[in-house]
Design a binder for this molecule. Structure first.
Ligand SMILES: Cc1ncc(COP(=O)(O)O)c(C=O)c1O
Length: 460
């Protein structure tokens, strides 16, 4: 086996990864040359992969849903402004949490009519921005209602959805391991802080409809990717549909919008905690979830609502590769540790969720695998990027590539050990662009202040 053969086995449709002269190419650019030009480590986004992901998901749900579909990128996944701008250009809306993510969308041309504000403890600042720009608010706490009403300008109704917490008993078929709690999946979802039970929603819907400051448009829900089984999405969607129908019977309210959240899995997905490819394409998730939801809604003979989606991982997961450079190689106790200059604080999900990342020997893609090694970061914790990985002989200075670093990596990265976070570039059809500069030591300490009485004595 070589890196090139490993790549062939794990490639997915929108990857823009290849091999030329024995080295990995990303969007047609030589990985090792990118490191030389922009420094190491380096996040490399690929414009074509991200646009292909967006179009494919949009078309998959567009084909499965009979009414309008709005795809809102979950900005929390990756808030690099260049990626946000790219998705805005494609027409993607934005799922935002807080003032910072609203800023990322608004600063890069996202259409406010295709944006939503989420959060279970929203503050006045972000609510005021949403009201100012006509951004829909997914209400997710009772306390928030009065706050929105108090900030609504006189004579204007603020458009809101109510976030539901669907609780299908069949969900217990799936493992709750992801939630790191004892008990089954139903219990795990019950205990999450988000969304209103149907009973709570039945109480709130009349209040929201009676408010002179609010316009209740629909419901939202997001249980997320707790399983890659398409059935898990169908089970949640069906329960959401049943909740909508029951709430209609109880309150007379029928939504014009249903926001069914994110969590849509990729085919190569670190969060499955295993190297295997997920066999289910996005079309299967779209078909199964939409069919399950429609099956519950259609017998009511009410208008089918517009569908909103909040995908994060699907749109950008494989759209960024983390490049790093091999450093010290240690061999002892029949074990091999290959250091990289990137650590797990750039891939926090490896630490917090046991995410499994594919790592390729980017600088030696044609060399046969000859050893099993732990690929480790340089920080003062174990920082295991990949344990027991097959690798060719590597030498200090060689490039390696961690795939699928587009989701929940840059946004969670920390300058642990006061190591500055990497630069980011975007490979576009027209060339390579620096999209985020490397963090300097001065950046890391820029917010610090030392009290006068503790300042180091100066000469003279
Ligand atoms: C409300 C909401 N919507 C969307 C997402 C995006 O989920 P994913 O990246 O799994 O698609 C999240 C992720 O946590 C979320 O909390």
């Amino acid at each position: 086996m070589t890196g090139a053969e490993a790549l062939a086995a794990l490639r997915t449709q929108s990857d823009r990864l290849g091999v030329a002269d024995g080295r990995l190419t990303i969007g047609g650019q030589d990985a090792a040359a990118l490191l030389r030009e922009y420094g190491s480590p380096l996040f490399v986004a690929v414009e074509d992969s991200i646009t292909a992901n967006y179009r494919r998901l949009r078309d998959a749900f567009g084909a499965a849903w009979p009414e309008a579909v709005t795809v809102m990128f979950a900005v929390k996944t990756n808030n690099t402004l260049a990626i946000r701008a790219l998705l805005s250009r494609e027409g993607a809306g934005g799922d935002c949490f807080g003032a910072g993510e609203l800023h990322a969308c608004l600063a890069t041309g996202t259409d406010p009519a295709r944006m939503v504000l989420n959060g279970s403890n929203k503050g006045a600042e972000e609510i005021a921005i949403a009201i100012r720009d006509g951004i829909r608010i997914n209400i997710d706490s009772e306390d928030e209602i009065g706050l929105i009403e108090s900030l609504a300008p006189p004579g204007r109704r603020v458009r809101v959805n109510l976030r539901l917490k669907p609780l299908p008993p069949e969900i217990d078929r799936f493992s709750a391991a992801f939630f790191k709690r004892g008990g089954g999946m139903l219990d795990a979802v019950k205990r999450t802080k988000w969304g209103f039970s149907r009973a709570a929603a039945a109480r709130l819907v009349p209040r929201l409809r009676a408010s002179p400051h609010l316009e209740l448009e629909g419901y939202s829900c997001h249980v997320g990717r707790f399983s890659a089984d398409p059935d898990s999405f169908a089970v949640v969607a069906a329960e959401l549909g049943r909740d909508v129908v029951r709430l209609h019977a109880e309150t007379g309210f029928w939504p014009s919008t249903l926001d069914i959240g994110g969590g849509w899995p990729r085919q190569r997905e670190p969060e499955s905690r295993a190297p295997d490819l997920n066999p289910h394409p996005i079309e299967t998730y779209a078909d199964r979830a939409c069919a399950a939801l429609l099956a519950e809604l259609i017998p009511s003979a009410q208008p089918v609502p517009a569908l909103w989606l909040e995908p994060g991982r699907y749109l950008v997961g494989n759209g960024v590769v983390l490049l790093a450079t091999v450093g010290a190689i240690r061999k002892d106790l029949d074990h091999v540790w290959i250091h990289a200059d990137a650590s797990t604080d750039l891939l926090m999900r490896a630490e917090t969720s046991a995410a499994w990342y594919h790592i390729l020997p980017a600088g030696r893609m044609d060399a046969p695998f000859t050893q099993t090694a732990d690929i480790v970061g340089s920080t003062c914790v174990p920082s295991i990027l990949g344990a027991g990985r097959e690798m060719p002989e590597l030498a200090p200075g060689d490039a390696i590539a961690v795939l699928d670093a587009g989701m929940y990596a840059e946004v969670l990265a920390a300058p642990f050990n006061a190591v500055g976070r990497p630069a980011s570039v975007m490979v576009s059809p027209g060339g390579v662009h620096l999209t985020r500069r490397r963090e300097t030591i001065a950046d890391i300490f820029a917010r610090d202040r030392v009290p006068a009485h503790l300042e180091a004595p100066h000469d003279g």
